[in-house]
Design a binder for this molecule. Structure first.
Ligand SMILES: NC(=O)c1ccc[n+]([C@@H]2O[C@H](COP(=O)([O-])OP(=O)(O)OC[C@H]3O[C@@H](n4cnc5c(N)ncnc54)[C@H](OP(=O)(O)O)[C@@H]3O)[C@@H](O)[C@H]2O)c1
Length: 313
């Protein structure tokens, strides 16, 4: 029997952006069981729901992806909801998984957990060297507590719970709602809509001077599968693509790829978020042989195609 055939796999957040790509890969693995309930079946923020979920599904392998997440705007509008929701979901679920003796858990953290001024490239050992950037600190810190919990369960009970830190993701099926979206889907939507309506310009948030790294969502899902199979350590692991691009360069690239010919106006009254972001991705390669394989241009073209087929009128 393969590693996967022996597993009863439970995925929280399996209906979400990353979760739906992970589910597609898991479906191809012939898992012993594969379960991904919706929040309407188990609202994991509420007391007692994590216990009921683990008792009902009896997983051997848990992927915890469920989260309340989004871009700078929604993080700033709902810091309390982002902190409470993410902390409560993760803390209760990990504790119930620990109590039930779940053999392995893969807990998904976020780059938003890193300190605001982490030296670039971000190394995992710098995770605790300062406070995160203010616009996403409640979200980042809530998720960071799950690393502490996973390590504490390992130390006290020997739980094989691992923790991954994906960088900003993008790809087909992303959230293109401008109220809640991350930067790439927001840029694609604004430029594509402007192209279709013949608008002369688009207004983008910030100065364009901040930098980011982006990982294609299918690469991230592949990295998670490899980590589940091959990595058994206590230390957190970055999942990234190992490059840095400014938001201004990214916007110009998306302008070219969408075919929008108007002007880009930067609204500098809006926040840039964290000044620079790029991960050191060497630990993932060393520990479980993960390297991203999709170039930014390839990934953007696939994401634009997905927006055009699903959203553009
Ligand atoms: N997107 C990124 O750029 C990025 C980057 C780094 C890390 N991450 C992490 O990757 C994970 C997935 O992110 P995503 O972008 O795929 O998120 P998403 O598309 O917003 O999906 C969120 C998922 O969480 C579930 N969920 C939300 N509230 C819940 C609740 N109260 N009870 C149970 N389930 C609940 C949702 O289920 P329903 O649909 O059934 O409500 C949905 O499946 C998150 O942990 C996030 O922090 C994402």
């Amino acid at each position: 029997m393969s590693f996967w055939e022996k597993q009863r796999v439970l995925v929280t957040g399996g209906s979400g952006f990353l979760g739906s790509h992970l589910m597609r890969l898991l479906q191809a693995q012939n898992c012993g069981a594969l379960i991904a309930p919706r929040s309407s079946e188990y609202d994991l923020v509420k007391g007692g729901e994590a216990e009921r979920l683990i008792a009902d599904t009896r997983p051997t392998l848990l992927f915890h992806l469920a989260a309340i997440c989004g871009g700078i705007g929604v993080n700033r509008a709902h810091p309390s909801r982002f902190f409470y929701g993410n902390a409560m979901m993760g803390i209760q679920l990990i504790e119930e998984a620990r109590k039930a003796g779940v053999e392995k858990a893969v807990i998904v953290g976020t780059i938003c957990a890193y300190p605001k001024f982490t030296p670039v490239p971000f190394k995992e050992e710098d995770l605790w060297s300062g406070y995160p950037e203010e616009t996403n600190a409640p979200y980042g810190l809530a998720k960071k507590m799950l690393l502490v919990q996973a390590q504490a369960c390992r130390q006290e009970f020997g739980s094989n719970f691992i923790y991954l830190l994906p960088v900003n993701l993008y790809g087909p099926g992303d959230n293109f709602n401008l109220e809640t979206s991350h930067v790439i889907p927001a840029l694609i939507r604004k430029m594509e809509d402007a192209r279709l309506s013949g608008a002369k310009d688009v207004v983008l948030w910030g100065t364009g001077g901040a930098s980011r790294e982006f990982l294609f969502v299918e690469d991230c899902a592949r990295g998670m599968l490899r980590a589940a199979e091959k990595y058994h350590g206590a230390e957190p692991i970055n999942l990234g693509a190992g490059f840095e691009i400014t938001i201004r360069e990214l916007a110009e690239k998306i302008k070219k790829l969408t075919g929008f010919t108007g002007d880009i106006i930067w609204d500098e009254t809006r926040p840039d978020g964290q000044p620079r972001r790029m991960l050191d991705v060497s630990r993932a390669e060393r520990e479980f042989g993960f390297c991203a394989s999709t170039t930014l241009d390839e990934g953007l073209l696939k994401t634009i195609a997905s927006y055009r087929s699903e959203h553009a009128k």
